[in-house]
Design a protein. Structure first.
Length: 234
C-alpha cells in the first residue's frame, strides 16, 4: 500500500492549504494594524483622507482665517475712528454707522420743514452736516425731537474756572476719599474700606505738618455694608 506522501494530489492539497493560511494571516495582520492605527492617535500610519475632503477642509480653514482677520481690522478701525460725528440737531457725538448725511436724506415736505426748524447747520467730519438716527426717527414721525437743541436740550458751556490741574483739584478739595471697594468672602457683598480725609483750605498747614498724626488728620473711619446684621458696620 502506497503512502499519501508519494501521492501528487496530496502535495497539491498541502500547498493549497498553506497558501490559504498565509492569506488569512496577512489579512488578519492588516486588519489588526488598521484597527490599532485608528485607535492610536499618535500613530503616523493613519487612514488617508481623500483629496477632495482635504481640499474642502483647507478652503474652510482659509475662509475662517480671512473672516477673523477682517473682523479684527474692522474692530480696530472703529476704535481708531471713535465717535467723531456730531449730530446737527442734538449736538451729540456718534459713530459712523449711527448717523446719516443730510444731503442723502429723503424726507417728505412736512418732515423737511421740521428738520429745518431743528437743524443748527453744524458741520463736523469732512465739513459735512450729519444727523443721528434718533433725530431722523422723530422727524419722519412728525414729532418734536426729544433730545434736540430746538427742544431746549443742550449741554451747558464749560466754565474756565473748572480747567484745573490735578494738583490744583487736590489742594482745593475739602475732602479726599482714600477708600477701596472690596469683595467680602461670603454672600457676594461688597464693602468699602478706607477713610475720608478732611484737607484744610490753607496750604501752609499741609506743607509744614506732613506727615501728621492720626488725631490731627481729622480722619473718620468708615465701613459701609448692605446688610444690617453685621455688628461691625458703622
Amino acid at each position: 500500500m502506497k503512502s499519501n506522501l508519494d501521492n501528487p494530489l496530496s502535495k497539491n492539497n498541502r500547498n493549497t492549504c498553506n497558501i490559504e493560511n498565509t492569506a488569512k494571516s496577512s489579512v488578519s495582520q492588516s486588519h489588526n494594524q488598521s484597527f490599532q492605527n485608528v485607535n492610536d492617535p499618535t500613530s503616523n500610519d493613519l487612514l488617508p483622507i481623500s483629496d477632495c475632503a482635504s481640499e474642502t477642509l483647507q478652503e474652510i480653514q482659509t475662509d475662517i482665517k480671512t473672516q477673523h482677520q477682517e473682523c479684527k481690522i474692522n474692530f480696530y478701525k472703529n476704535i481708531f475712528e471713535g465717535p467723531t460725528y456730531v449730530c446737527s440737531c442734538c449736538h451729540q457725538t456718534w459713530f459712523r454707522h449711527s448717523v446719516h448725511q443730510v444731503t442723502n436724506l429723503r424726507l417728505t415736505k412736512e418732515a423737511s420743514e421740521l428738520f429745518r426748524k431743528c437743524s443748527t447747520d453744524l458741520k463736523s467730519v469732512e465739513q459735512l452736516e450729519w444727523v443721528c438716527r434718533t433725530c431722523i426717527t422723530d422727524i419722519r414721525k412728525g414729532q418734536v425731537l426729544r433730545i434736540s437743541v430746538a427742544n431746549k436740550v443742550s449741554f451747558p458751556n464749560k466754565q474756565d474756572v473748572l480747567n484745573l490741574y490735578d494738583l490744583e483739584e487736590r489742594l482745593l478739595s475739602p475732602r479726599i476719599p482714600f477708600m477701596q471697594i472690596r469683595e467680602l468672602p461670603t454672600g457676594g457683598q461688597f464693602s468699602i474700606k478706607g477713610s475720608v480725609v478732611n484737607v484744610p483750605v490753607d496750604v501752609m498747614p499741609i506743607v509744614t505738618a506732613l506727615p501728621r498724626q492720626l488725631t490731627a488728620m481729622h480722619t473718620i473711619p468708615v465701613a459701609l455694608k448692605k446688610r444690617l446684621s453685621f455688628s461691625s458696620s458703622v
